[in-house]
Design a protein around this ligand. Structure first.
Ligand code: BGP
Length: 469
């Protein structure tokens, strides 16, 4: 069957500063730079964040490739540790200003809608050392940083984003030890999560003041939504899935879109004495500063059942649920993540039905694959048909939701070019463009050309029957 998207639908890719630019010329270190120096063995093949995909030096060439692929939108992030020279005053580093200005200007002049994110997991180590987002002072410094970015690049950037996946640094840094500072403390994680939302809301407030006369400028946040499917319809499993959804999805989604935290989540945290410290004035800022549209990263759902083994030890979200392996699941063996395209439709329906059909777009979706050189043809091009099928399957369900009235206006892939992926470094490749890490040479993959043709063909896509599940 054929599906079609509207003429003005946004097609593009997303990436982040720390994963693509490298660390050259940065005046400060992020937690990732610091962590790599301390424990290089924590990173796949010990590849660290110093060079990554070298976009700091090769962005001009990369923008030419974006043009060649006919992409009409692009997201990246500014590195706090690059832009700001003095965290206390928000004074910028002039070299960084010149770099970002030229970078964003070239994207814009190429007719590509540019979204710029302010935080993609890359807390400056100096600020992490004073508590990161557990410290209210860091909230103020974040707003100062945002203000500097708005001043320096406000004329160039179309859409601003405060945070990418704010729940991830809490999961990685305060619960499951994926990322520095590798603390295990749910209560502290909740405080850091709450202050992240406050930093977000106060940034939105500043933005709205600064751009009050420019209705074209918009601000958003990127949330990774991981809907929780209960094992069956038993009340215990339904309740477990509901709690998982409250803690990992609604905790951020509700305040940024509705201006309020879910009552059931507050009651749950209260019953465990893990509510964060807060003031009425802060809640007012959260209430009054909601986003203009929502950005959603979707990779995988979660599969949930109530606890079958007794929960022991310090309080963790798993007190209320357990993950289980769904027998019919399809897994991307490289990343170990479930592939379930229909969930994208369900996310769209949830936003349509429970969030007043809030305007949104997909800002990350993609498939990380290891050893992609094994899929090269005789010309040296990666034949990533698996990625093309992955995109088609997801677009089928997204299109269905849009046909049914969902106000989704774009789809961005993770990612433009193979990039550095935190502790996984370059293990799993996600790009439409292949990166040769040794030579920094770029080669467009088959999926890149497929994406280009799809855009050129007026966004009409042929979906084979076997891809509709
Ligand atoms: C998202 C992040 C990205 C990117 C992506 C792929 O959560 O926003 O930064 O890394 O996931 O995940 P990974 O790199 O862990 O395979």
């Amino acid at each position: 069957m054929k599906i079609k998207f509207s003429k003005d639908f946004l097609w593009g890719t997303a990436i982040s500063g720390p994963q693509s630019e490298g660390a050259l010329d940065k005046p400060h270190e992020s937690i990732m730079d610091f962590w790599y120096k301390q424990n290089p063995e924590d990173f796949h093949n010990q590849v660290g964040p110093e060079v990554t995909s070298n976009m700091y030096l090769q962005y001009r060439e990369d923008i030419e490739i974006m043009k060649q692929l006919k992409l009409n939108s692009y997201r990246t992030s500014i590195q706090w540790t690059r832009l700001i020279k003095d965290f206390e005053t928000g004074e910028p580093d002039l070299k960084a200003v010149a770099f970002y200005r030229d970078y964003f200007k070239r994207v814009k002049e190429s007719g590509i809608v540019i979204s710029v994110n302010l935080f993609h997991f890359d807390m400056p180590i100096e600020l992490q050392n004073i508590g990161g987002f557990e410290n209210l002072h860091v909230v103020d410094l974040f707003v100062k940083y945002a203000e500097t970015a708005f001043k320096e690049f406000g004329d160039l950037v179309d859409n601003w984003i405060t945070f990418n996946e704010p729940v991830v640094p809490i999961e990685g840094g305060y619960l499951y030890k994926w990322y520095y500072p590798k603390i295990v403390d749910f209560k502290r994680g909740i405080q850091a999560g709450y202050y992240t939302i406050l930093a977000h809301s106060r940034t939105v407030k500043t933005f709205k003041k600064m751009f009050a006369n420019d209705s074209n400028k918009q601000i958003s946040i990127v949330l990774n939504l991981t809907p929780a499917y209960p094992k069956d319809n038993s009340p215990e499993n339904m309740e477990a899935a509901k709690i998982r959804d409250l803690i990992f999805n609604k905790s951020f989604l509700d305040p940024v879109v509705k201006g309020e935290f879910p009552k059931e989540l507050i009651a749950l945290f209260k019953s465990e004495n893990i509510l964060p410290i807060y003031t009425k004035e802060e809640l007012k800022d959260i209430k009054e500063n909601i986003i203009d549209f929502l950005e959603v990263n979707y990779y995988q759902p979660s599969r949930i059942q109530s606890r079958i083994t007794p929960f022991e030890g310090q309080i963790m979200p798993e007190k209320w649920f357990e993950n289980y392996e769904w027998a019919e699941r399809r897994i991307n063996p490289h990343r170990g993540w479930e592939i379930n395209p229909k969930t994208l439709y369900e996310i769209a329906k949830d936003i349509q039905q429970n969030y007043n059909n809030f305007k949104w777009l997909v800002t990350e979706n993609g498939m990380g694959v290891e050893n992609e050189h094994l899929f090269k043809d005789e010309t040296g091009q990666v034949q990533d048909d698996y990625r093309i099928d992955f995109i088609k399957e997801h677009l089928y369900w997204l299109n269905k939701a849009i046909e049914e009235g969902s106000s989704c206006f774009g789809y961005q892939m993770w990612t433009f070019i193979d990039c550095w992926s935190w502790a996984n470094s370059y293990k799993n490749r996600y790009g439409l463009v292949e990166l040769d890490l040794k030579t920094q040479k770029r080669i467009i993959k088959k999926s890149g050309f497929w994406f280009k043709e799809m855009i050129e063909n007026g966004k009409e896509i042929e979906i084979e029957d076997n891809l509709i599940k």
